[in-house]
Design a protein around this ligand. Structure first.
Ligand code: PLP
Length: 316
């Protein structure tokens, strides 16, 4: 990863190398953490964070599910995100990772007596699945691992431990030469990618699995649904059978890391990518995140960067 200079940790900026935790932290042993993945993009007004409020709201919801009281309020966390971007001079945009975890002091599975620590890091991170994949699509494969279900681990929380499920799926398909894993839920219907939501296009309409299909309710997914409505593209949230992916006119995945990424193969079945609807939604999305769409204003939170140091040394 591309290191930045400073990380916000429990209320203060520390050097990147000093952002350490104790080896007996609860979160490290049991996955008792909640986190967000957020992006900021370069705009004409400076770096702007995409849907920051919505991400922080989801962090709060994830923490609430695990009864993890966040020691900082929404406004403090928003300020901290701005501070991290400014302190690291990330004018060209970045990936932002706020994380809250059960800290050091208590072992065993009852977590409520352990402290809650919070950190926010930001660094430059390009296209998650590669620039080329945004243009020509990825090869995806349905993993033999089923996605965690609402009766095991709530998929609607973005908690550290649940990503072991995604990791198993990602390892399996990567070793098979595919770029991304798709997971079926316990009922055998399509759920999510390892770190993305999924859409297919059938007869001019978008189809995407509903929250009860054990998806993470993605903010990029919500964005694409809103943009589709604006474009007059019908959106249907319903269960999706695996073989529907093979017969789809278009398939794409969405996520903060992966953005809006076409899928050109599922289980070795070729799919035209990017199809016209994927391309239209990609265009709207990529315009929105850099401040060039009529919806941008409501979604972007611009960071005020420190004034550059005057060039040329002493003015005498
Ligand atoms: C399992 C899963 N589904 C979907 C998403 C997409 O969510 P978002 O668009 O909010 O990044 C993610 C990424 O956070 C994820 O991990």
């Amino acid at each position: 990863m591309k290191e930045a200079d400073r990380i916000w940790m429990n209320g203060e900026l520390v050097d990147w190398a000093d952002a350490q935790v104790h080896v007996l932290s609860h979160g490290l042993h049991y996955g008792s953490s909640v986190f967000e993945g957020i992006r900021a993009y370069r705009t004409d007004e400076g770096p702007a964070v995409f849907r920051l409020e919505d991400h922080l709201a989801r962090l709060e919801r994830s923490a609430a599910i695990y009864q993890m009281p966040l020691p900082y309020g929404r406004a403090e966390l928003r300020d901290a995100v701005h501070e991290v971007i400014a302190a690291n001079g990330l004018s060209d945009g970045c990936y932002i990772r706020p994380i809250a975890w059960r800290g050091y002091g208590v072992m065993g599975l009852y977590p409520l007596d352990a402290p809650v620590d919070v950190a926010i890091a930001a660094w430059e991170w390009g296209a998650y699945l590669g620039e080329e994949s945004l243009r020509s699509g990825i090869r995806a494969k349905v993993s033999s691992w089923r996605r965690i279900g609402s009766s095991t681990i709530p998929a609607t929380a973005k908690a550290g431990g649940q990503y072991l499920n995604s990791i198993l799926a990602k390892i399996e398909v990567s070793k098979g030469g595919y770029e991304e894993a798709l997971l079926l839920n316990e009922a055998g219907y399509v759920s999510d990618g390892s770190g993305e939501n999924l859409f297919l296009v059938r007869a001019g309409a978008l189809v995407t699995p509903p929250p009860q299909a054990s998806i993470l309710e993605g903010i990029t997914r919500a964005t694409v649904i809103e943009l589709a409505h604006e474009e007059g593209i019908p959106v249907v949230e319903r269960e999706v059978a695996r073989a529907e992916l093979y017969a789809a006119d278009e398939v794409f995945i969405t996520g903060t890391a992966a953005e809006v990424c076409p899928v050109r193969e599922v289980d070795d079945h070729p799919i035209a990518a990017p199809g016209p609807i994927t391309r239209r939604l990609q265009e709207r999305f990529f315009a929105a995140i850099v401040g060039r769409d009529r919806r941008s204003a409501g979604w972007l939170d611009t960071v005020v960067m420190p004034a550059p140091a005057p060039a040329g040394g002493s003015t005498g």
